[in-house]
Design a protein around this ligand. Structure first.
Ligand SMILES: Nc1ncnc2c1ncn2[C@@H]1O[C@H](COP(=O)(O)OP(=O)(O)OP(=O)(O)O)[C@@H](O)[C@H]1O
Ligand SMILES: [Mg+2]
Length: 327
């Protein structure tokens, strides 16, 4: 940019433009993700352990619409479980904003938190043993949260049987967890999480202890829940095949959402349909984008880069000025 350009004096604004600008400044900015069911805005979670600070979430933004099924993927330690424990009401973030339906998770007192966990969200853990009470049958496990919510006994039995059927494990009703396979236990766990008809189902690596084929079955069961019961599902997984099962896969890197894969059905010229998966980088609320490591390494992008605004896109160039200056 040359000096003349920098010193250029702006034309005075026409009065009508000025009043329009003033009006816009006065209007309250629209709430981020107002229409979404789950809103995470600039979420930060810092853990202190033995004097060391770990930033598990570093300004994470995520919106999930009601009725969506979203998979969350990312390397070990990227913050996936931290995000899910925040959404489940088990953990409170250090800063940021998080809302699920009408619940502001930063401002809930202990009583609200119990109510939120009992009515709004259901949870499935990776460890099959953690999800179910070992000495109760599948039907009794599903009926337990219903009893805690005060549902009459007769209705509990019928509702539990219905949920086990939806998950395709009606035949396990009278069995205890030790008498079921890992996949069957996880389906019963999903039924248990749905006992009180929560709007949101959260699952942290529900397929982590299962083989590939059984994993696919459990993911399909979650998809059926999402489709048939309309439950919004957020599932964390290491399963690289997950984007085959869901419309939207969100990748977390270093405590932030870094990219998303969206699947949609497209129509070819000959009229046949096929599924297209497209990967997008996520531009956060502060305008930040994470460049994939392969890109950074290939072009040696470190520290400073040059940005160039083109008519339809933005270019990122390595900063070569230091090398040129040496010559
Ligand atoms: N209670 C805790 N105290 C201290 N540090 C924690 C705690 N929980 C998580 N962390 C740290 O926060 C970071 C994110 O952890 P998190 O469990 O959310 O990762 P993750 O993506 O679920 O990993 P994985 O795929 O291995 O389950 C990690 O560096 C982890 O060591
Ligand atoms: Mg985890």
């Amino acid at each position: 940019m040359d000096a003349v350009d920098q010193l250029r004096v702006e034309e005075p604004l026409a009065p009508s433009t000025l009043s329009a600008l003033e009006e816009r400044a006065r209007a309250r900015p629209e709430e981020f993700g107002r229409a979404a069911l789950i809103v995470c805005e600039s979420l930060v979670r810092i853990y202190q352990s033995e004097g060391i600070e770990v930033q598990a979430l570093q300004g994470l933004d995520l919106l999930v619409e009601a009725g969506e099924m979203v998979a969350v993927v990312g390397a070990s330690g990227s913050g996936k479980s931290t995000l899910l424990s925040v959404l489940s009401g088990l953990d409170v973030p250090t800063a940021g904003r998080v809302r699920v339906g009408p619940w502001d998770l930063m401002a809930m007192n202990a009583r609200d938190r119990v109510r939120y966990r009992r009515t709004m969200v259901g949870f499935v853990w990776q460890q099959t043993a953690r999800n179910l009470v070992p000495y109760l049958t599948a039907a009794e496990n599903v009926a337990l949260p219903m009893a805690l919510a005060g549902r009459p006994r007769k209705q509990r039995a019928a509702d539990a049987a219905g949920l086990l059927d939806v998950l395709g494990v009606g035949y396990c009703a009278g069995r205890r967890p030790a008498q079921m396979s890992g996949g069957e236990q996880q389906r019963v766990a999903i039924a248990t999480a749905l006992a009180n008809a929560p709007q949101v189902l959260l699952a942290d690596e529900p397929t982590g202890e299962l083989d590939t084929a059984t994993s696919a079955d459990v993911l399909e069961a979650l998809r059926a829940v999402n489709r048939d019961l309309g439950t919004t599902v957020v599932v964390v997984t290491h399963d690289p095949g997950v984007s085959e099962h869901v419309q939207r896969t969100v990748a977390i890197r270093d405590g932030r959402t870094s990219s998303e894969v969206l699947r949609r059905t497209a129509t070819r010229d000959d009229g046949t349909e096929h599924v297209v998966a497209e990967e997008f980088a996520v531009l956060d609320r502060a305008g930040r984008v994470q460049l994939p490591r392969e890109y950074r390494e290939t072009l040696d992008l470190v520290g400073r880069v040059r940005l160039a605004l083109e008519q339809s896109h933005v270019e990122v160039h390595p900063d070569r000025s230091a090398e040129e200056g040496d010559r």
